[in-house]
Design a protein around this ligand. Structure first.
Ligand code: TXA
Ligand code: MG
Length: 327
């Protein structure tokens, strides 16, 4: 594995050559780092599943340079897809549409649909331009682990399973893209992200997907059910009103020699060696969340207490990731 700064003049050309040659490159997007391969070559895409240890039933997102390139991979392009693409691309929105047969089945895990996204990060865009092919890219981490928001996180998680990591610094959004399904009468959010329900509803009628952790829940977005986006340590959510109990449990854990992390968005009376207060601003919080959880993992903590985020549409993605991590 080579970590190459995007400031290196030949970085993009080298990365593009690896993609065209059927290899894997990790690269920054505005959301999280992606692990990319030529989306039109099944043998290259297979390497993504192997490197991540990802179950084959979990489909990948295909990154393209613009809406015209997206339509080339779509068997149908409903009006809602067009409206959303015009408003939010390039940007952190992934649109699920019926797939054309040029997209290998391994990309979509055998589904008849494909998830498409035009990223806004200049490095992702330059790589797409230079490679000249659509790039399938899930988050560049081992399956079920925390997503990477820095090149170091990718190196830590994937090591030599990836040929090259393009280092473009910290990502801006910090949480994975909003995923919407536009194949039905109404647009359905399969995974919440920075682009919120309210924002989507201003463009086209949108509803939240069924979010049921139960085994029997329908797998509308395969791969969204298991414990996911998770740090190594056990994570538990609490309300500010429960701070006394949390304080007691942290103190008791300290007695046993355990290392406990606490993540808050308000000043609350609890003492811990790993204590982080993030801003009570959903954008800033979202940008820093994974970064903070990576720090906790690196600090070797045994348990993480997280103050439940505020109520509100702009906090939906953060709550979603924290609930999955807490499972
Ligand atoms: O921000 C992001 O979306 C990042 C960056 C790298 O673009 N990528 C990412 O990919 O988070 P991944 O593979 O970690 O998550 C892809 C999500 C999964 O929840 C998957 O189930 C869903 O998209 N998905 C992919 N194809 C789908 C399809 N055809 N139908 C329904 N859901 C799909
Ligand atoms: Mg992922």
């Amino acid at each position: 594995m080579r970590v190459v700064s995007v400031e290196e003049p030949s970085a993009i050309a080298e990365a593009a050559a690896i993609i065209r040659g059927g290899g894997l490159v990790a690269f920054p997007t505005e959301t999280v780092y992606g692990l990319g391969a030529n989306a039109l070559e099944a043998s290259a895409v297979r390497k993504i599943f192997d490197a991540k240890g990802r179950p084959s039933f979990n489909p990948l997102i295909v990154h393209v340079r613009d809406a015209a390139a997206a339509r080339e991979l779509a068997a149908a392009w409903p009006p809602a897809a067009e409206a959303l693409a015009v408003k939010f691309w390039p940007g952190p929105l992934t649109i699920v549409v019926p797939k054309r047969s040029v997209v290998p089945d391994i990309v979509s895990a055998g589904l008849g649909t494909v998830a498409l996204r035009v990223p806004s990060h200049p490095v992702a865009r330059a790589l797409l331009d230079a490679a000249g092919v659509p790039i399938a890219a899930p988050s560049a981490n081992r399956s079920t682990e925390l997503s990477p928001t820095r090149a170091e996180h990718v190196a830590k998680s994937l090591g030599d399973r990836v040929e090259m990591i393009l280092d473009g610094g910290s990502t801006e959004v910090g949480l994975e893209s909003t995923v919407v399904d536009v194949t039905g009468d109404v647009v359905v959010i399969l995974r919440p992200g920075r682009i919120s329900l309210d924002e989507l509803n201003r463009v086209t009628r949108t509803i939240r997907g069924v979010d049921q952790p139960e085994e029997e829940a329908p797998r509308s977005s395969p791969g969204m059910m298991e414990r996911h986006y998770a740090p190594r340590a056990r994570l538990e959510l609490f309300d500010a009103a429960e701070i006394e109990e949390v304080r007691r449990r942290v103190a008791a854990a300290h007695e046993r020699g355990a290392k406990i992390a606490v993540l808050l968005h308000e000043e609350l009376p609890v003492e811990s060696e790993l204590y982080v207060k993030l801003p009570r601003d959903a954008r800033m919080y979202g940008r820093l969340l994974y970064e903070t959880l990576h720090t906790f993992d690196d600090g070797g903590c045994d348990m993480i207490f997280v103050q439940r985020p505020p109520v509100g549409d702009e906090w939906a993605a953060i709550l979603d990731r924290l609930q999955r991590a807490a499972r």
